[in-house]
Design a protein around this ligand. Structure first.
Ligand code: PLZ
Length: 447
């Protein structure tokens, strides 16, 4: 086993001939419903670099959608996974348990916001964590309704899709969706009709009005919120909004569920994004960064809420698989020992001034936003025209890909360019990636 190289190197066009061949097999073997962003086929990765089947070395600004926060093939994760796989691979925690599952729950109970007594349960994916959080909230409160927000993304299972806002490609054609889901406006400062200054206050008022007039506070089990929205466009809500929502929910016995699936585990410079506003959610859904790339997810919350469900009400064959748990414990140890929250803040200090400089030089960046190593630029039509610019976004993305930079876009309008580098990437790699982005923006504009 050799570590991945730590620099970009293009030996062929992107995608190269071997990737093109592999992609033909994909077309013949894999459902077309599984979309692919950049068809380069990876053989090795680490240190912010992906190596493909043609020997190209690409810079990674996506972390497999915010998963490989500790890096790809992080040494402690690799060792823990190998060791656990050699000992045993599965028993099913509900049949004959093992301590790794318990240790992950202990870590989650300690690391998530709030010093109150907590319990956790483990599952396999973010969508499953979202589903479980809602099951638990409904059971514990005896209430049916759930409130979510514009631009929300919570996953692709049926209930998670009901919570997700965007029609294409997520929801179109996949209904009918689960009931008792209601949607309030998001405190989206750049696009708030009353202006960014009034956003927190007015969005809070609109949320209260929706719950009181259309749902009924006493029928509402939970409010599901991403403290910084992910797929919907890296929308950082107006400061103060989340706190007010949390306080109002508490007053009405409504549980606040933070979906920290994309924001969690050091990504935003804190362990969890809710901490930034000192918000303590009743339940937290986690996944992605938790286990260094192994599939693991969790719901963590107030002991009395989590314990309200009767035995057997929660579970699943693979939930908290021993190898995934070993990976999570190693990933968490890496985050603590290497101060990856601090590293995420450093990444912001490196990226933000360069992105702000681009915003000043090019009229097409409506806003630079995000926190830590979860940053984005929203591309618009011009300095005085905030009309979303998905065409330019796609063109910049394609140019980055051809230059060997793995980038991701997002946003309800497809006009947000996001930066999610792994936190083991050295500054040299990040700076080179930023240079490529800058050249791509320049090139796509010049056309
Ligand atoms: N909640 C906030 O970001 C997953 C989705 C990629 P799963 N985001 C990436 C895609 O197109 O499917 C996500 C998220 C937030 C929930 C989820 C769902 O997590 O592990 O993909 O189910």
């Amino acid at each position: 086993m050799t570590a991945a190289p730590r620099n970009r190197l293009l030996r062929t066009q992107i995608p190269g001939p071997n990737s093109v061949l592999a992609h033909r097999r994909t077309a013949a073997a894999v459902s077309a419903g599984v979309g692919i962003g950049l068809p380069v086929y990876v053989t090795r990765a680490g240190g912010g670099v992906l190596v493909d089947v043609d020997g190209n070395q690409l810079i990674d600004f996506g972390s497999g959608i915010a998963v490989t926060t500790v890096g790809n093939a992080a040494p402690r994760v690799v060792a823990a996974v190998a060791d656990q796989a050699a000992n045993f691979t599965h028993t099913c925690f509900m049949v004959t348990p093992y301590e790794g599952y318990v240790a992950v729950c202990e870590q989650l109970n300690t690391l998530t916001p709030g010093g109150h007594e907590k319990r956790s349960m483990l599952c396999n994916s973010g969508a499953e964590a979202v589903e479980n959080a809602i099951k638990i909230a409904r059971y514990a409160t005896g209430r049916p309704a759930v409130v979510t927000f514009d631009h929300a993304y919570h996953g692709r299972t049926n209930l998670a899709l009901a919570l997700t806002a965007k029609a294409r490609p997520y929801k179109d054609g996949f209904g009918p969706f689960a009931g008792e889901v209601y949607r309030a406006p998001m405190a989206y400062p750049l696009r708030w009709p009353g202006g960014a200054q009034a956003c927190a206050e007015q969005a809070f008022a609109a949320f209260v009005d929706l719950v009181e007039s259309q749902v009924g506070a006493s029928r509402t089990a939970a409010v599901m919120v991403e403290p910084i929205q992910g797929e919907g466009g890296f929308i950082v809500p107006a400061v103060g909004w989340l706190r007010r929502v949390a306080e109002w929910c508490r007053k009405h016995g409504i549980l606040l569920i933070a979906d920290e699936i994309q924001t969690g585990f050091c990504r935003t410079g804190d362990w969890f994004a809710a901490e930034h506003e000192q918000v303590v959610p009743d339940l937290v859904a986690t996944a992605k960064g938790i286990a260094g790339g192994l599939p693991l997810a969790a719901v963590t919350g107030r002991a009395e809420v989590m314990d309200a469900v009767s035995p057997g009400g929660l579970g699943g064959t693979y939930g908290g698989n021993p190898i995934a748990c070993a990976a999570a414990l190693a990933a968490i140890e890496t985050m603590i020992d290497e101060d990856l929250c601090g590293r995420a803040r450093q990444v912001e200090r490196l990226f933000r001034p360069r992105l702000e400089d681009l915003r000043r030089r090019y009229g097409v960046i409506g806003e630079v936003r995000g926190r830590g190593a979860m940053l984005a630029v929203e591309l618009v039509t011009g300095a005085d025209d905030l009309t979303p610019n998905p065409m330019l976004t796609a063109a910049v993305n394609a140019r980055c890909h051809r230059a060997g930079l793995v980038t991701l876009t997002c946003g309800t309008y497809g006009n947000v360019f996001r930066f999610l580098p792994p936190l083991d990437a050295p500054d040299t790699v990040l700076e080179e990636g930023l240079g490529i982005f800058e050249a791509a923006l320049h090139g796509a504009q010049a056309r």
